[in-house]
Design a protein around this ligand. Structure first.
Ligand code: B12
Length: 217
């Protein structure tokens, strides 16, 4: 099968929530030695964008979204070891807390950010989803993190990213951590508005962004 065909099939597999098709084409991508991150970004994630738009316009409903998410996760199960094996760097570059903010249970993008950072030599502490600002800060303190990376997928949960930064300020801890933000509705403008230290449009951008920030330490 051609690379373009595989990527197209991966998009379709997510849109249709077809786990078998997602697995079959992910395996085909690996057999062809396609870059696993490209397989995620140019295949699976594009499918998610399509189904997300269909959900937004009322053409599909929550069950379809869940099936798409399950197909995505199944494919990630076999891609994750490949991602980790291919680029693993052993230099210790810093500790990053990765989590989704309060009220938000979307974890797929956050997981990818964590995996990509791990492959680039960062120590990643994944604190999961629906995290209260205080819990995030406590976790950062506990693991002596350098960076707090906040994911958020809904416009309604964007204020929770702001809340983390405000709480850090209230606790006189703002200078101790770099805070970076990302996720579907998040933009550079929003990052500037809430006084975040950085924004990454996609997981691929996170390592360079963090390396640049760590250079300022
Ligand atoms: C899959 C999905 C779900 C799944 C989530 C499964 C899971 N385990 O994560 C399920 C079905 C559970 C779900 C539930 C809901 N969802 Co939903 N969901 C989606 C969907 C289709 C895809 C999200 C996704 O996984 N994308 C793929 C990943 C790879 O992309 P990503 O998360 O954006 O991450 C990339 C980048 O953004 C970046 N990134 C992400 N985080 C970070 C962080 C940092 C620091 C950096 C640097 C980068 C970065 O890197 C990633 C890889 O490149 C989106 C639509 C969309 N296009 O986003 C809707 C969407 C986010 N959901 C939506 C809604 C409304 C809901 C529900 C409220 C539905 C309901 N009625 O119950 C619930 C919310 C529950 C809650 N409280 O959180 C809306 C949100 C609308 C809004 N208000 O903004 C969307 C936009 C759909 C739509 N068009 O209406 N959802």
């Amino acid at each position: 099968m051609e690379k373009e065909q595989i990527l197209e099939n991966l998009v379709t597999s997510i849109v249709e929530g077809d786990e078998d098709m997602a697995l079959e084409n992910t395996r085909a991508a690996l057999e062809m030695q396609m870059d696993p991150l490209e397989t995620v970004e140019e295949g699976l994630s594009k499918g998610m964008d399509v189904i997300g738009e269909q959900f937004g316009s009322g053409d599909v409903f929550l069950p379809e979204l869940l099936m798409a998410a399950n197909a995505f996760k199944a494919a990630m199960e076999i891609l994750k070891p490949e991602l980790e094996a291919q680029n693993k760097q052993t230099i210790q570059r810093g500790t990053v807390i990765v989590g989704t903010v309060k009220g938000d249970v979307h974890n797929i993008g956050k997981d990818i950010v964590g995996t990509v950072l791990e492959t680039k030599g960062f120590d990643v502490v994944d604190i999961g989803v629906d995290n209260d600002a205080l819990v995030i800060i406590q976790e950062a303190e506990k693991s002596q993190a350098d960076i707090i990376a906040l994911s958020c997928l809904m416009t309604t949960t964007m204020p929770a990213q702001k809340e983390v930064i405000e709480t850090l300020e209230e606790m006189n801890l703002r200078d101790k951590y770099f805070v970076i933000v990302g996720g579907g509705p998040v933009t550079q403008e929003w990052a500037d508005e809430i006084n975040a230290d950085g924004y990454g449009k996609s997981a691929i951008h996170a390592p360079a962004l963090i390396k640049e920030l760590m250079g300022k330490k």
